[in-house]
Design a protein around this ligand. Structure first.
Ligand SMILES: NC(=O)c1ccc[n+]([C@@H]2O[C@H](COP(=O)([O-])OP(=O)(O)OC[C@H]3O[C@@H](n4cnc5c(N)ncnc54)[C@H](O)[C@@H]3O)[C@@H](O)[C@H]2O)c1
Ligand SMILES: [Zn+2]
Length: 382
């Protein structure tokens, strides 16, 4: 088996990491900042814009990115980016803004559009430098070659994967997540946890991905509650940003599994936010996976000092799953799809759509049959 690992060329992290923008942009004449209205309203672009101005670059701002954009909404941004012809794209935002920016960096040619990339992702070639600054912790998009778009006519979300989308530079600055509302912080934090645990238990897990997935889990298990619940816990927020990046690095080297696979139709058809649907499915899927992943759960238990290292692997696995349950309860994450207007009548549609996400289901260590998927969805439909 071969393992590949790709990473951004530079990652700036720690107190006021955003300040590095000034030096990074020395000599650059024109940049396009891509963000969304919520980020702007939260005042998160102000300091970055000052730092870019200090470098002397002309700034174009595109702030029209909706949450979880469709491919045609991304195409509109690509068209604006093409028109402006900047030397550098700077994303300030969550996964929606970063994914849009990554697609714009490989689709700024007249030969094909984002629609064509859905079927043939490798058509894309990087034509402009990208700097990604995440404001959620998070999708890990700043570390991955993936971008996810909604395809309304198919009621699906589709992942476009192309190594050319790996960011050139990344800035991890905890000031960006300081005032993240609890609901978003909790759902995106558990998304990062899902990335790490799915990659660690994935069929594609390997020495590279295990390193990032395990370190990510250590940081998340220790810091997620403080980072989400205490506005002033900047160190915990910093650790969560790093953990989310590690989760992305783990995805790049390995791949997510049944949590993400079964979550795709919840985004595509019912418009439930990515982090929320993954957070709802995490426990049922991990309970389902337990017997096939006992050695991995036991390793996590021991590495995270969760209890008696001589205990039976099954006891260790239960403790890891129990701790994930505690996190979900402490962060007030929804446990059922009912509050998102998904009813038991939708069960068969969900099973059919979820079973189509074979790219990720194939990574799951335990085979998922339609009956298994039905039982898992049923558990979160009560
Ligand atoms: N490319 C990848 O590897 C990858 C991985 C996971 C998810 N995703 C994709 O990322 C998208 C979800 O990204 P997300 O969960 O980061 O959310 P998001 O980018 O959709 O943002 C959600 C909302 O949070 C607001 N927000 C973000 N940061 C904020 C802050 N610091 N303060 C106040 N408000 C803030 C935004 O304005 C927006 O309204 C989905 O489309 C998902 O499919 C991509
Ligand atoms: Zn995810």
């Amino acid at each position: 088996m071969q393992y590949n690992m790709r990473m951004p060329k530079a990652v700036y992290s720690g107190e006021d990491a955003t300040k590095n923008l000034t030096g990074m942009l020395a000599g650059v004449k024109k940049v396009t900042v891509i963000t969304d209205k919520g980020i702007e309203a939260a005042g998160l672009t102000d300091h970055a814009l000052e730092c870019i101005r200090e470098a002397g670059a002309e700034i174009i701002v595109i702030d029209s990115i909706p949450p979880e954009p469709t491919y045609s909404e991304v195409q509109n941004v690509v068209d604006s980016v093409k028109k402006e012809g900047s030397e550098c794209l700077i994303a300030i935002g969550g996964g929606s803004v970063m994914d849009t920016t990554k697609l714009a960096s490989i689709a700024s040619t007249d030969e094909f559009g984002v629609k064509e990339l859905l079927d043939n992702p490798l058509l894309g070639r990087k034509s402009v430098r990208t700097i990604l600054i995440p404001t959620t912790a998070g999708t890990g998009s700043e570390a991955t070659p993936n971008a996810i778009v909604a395809v309304p006519e198919k009621e699906l979300k589709i992942g476009i994967v192309n190594p050319e989308m790996i960011a050139d530079e990344v800035i991890l600055d905890a000031q960006m997540t300081k005032n993240l509302p609890l609901k978003i912080a909790a759902a995106t934090g558990v998304d990062a946890l899902a990335h790490c645990i799915e990659c660690y238990t994935s069929n594609k897990a390997n020495t590279f991905s295990n390193l990032y997935a395990m370190e990510g889990m250590k940081l998340i298990f220790k810091n997620i509650e403080a980072a989400c619940l205490d506005r002033d816990a900047l160190e915990a927020k910093n650790k969560m940003l790093i953990a989310a990046f590690y989760g992305g690095a783990a995805i790049t080297a390995s791949g997510t599994t049944a949590v993400h696979a079964l979550s795709y139709p919840l985004g595509g058809k019912y418009h439930i936010a990515h982090g929320v649907s993954n957070a709802i499915l995490l426990l049922p899927v991990m309970k389902f996976n337990k017997d096939a992943c006992l050695p991995q759960f036991a390793e996590i238990h021991d590495a995270l000092d969760m209890g008696d290292v001589t205990a039976d692997p099954e006891v260790k696995a239960d403790r890891v799953i129990e701790r994930m349950g505690e996190i979900i309860t402490n962060l007030q994450i929804p446990k059922s799809l009912r509050e998102f207007n998904v009813s038991p009548d939708d069960l068969e549609t969900l099973v059919e759509a979820g079973m189509q996400v074979t790219r990720l289901l194939n990574n799951n260590r335990k085979k998922v049959t339609p009956e298994d998927a039905r039982r898992i969805y049923q558990e979160v439909l009560v």
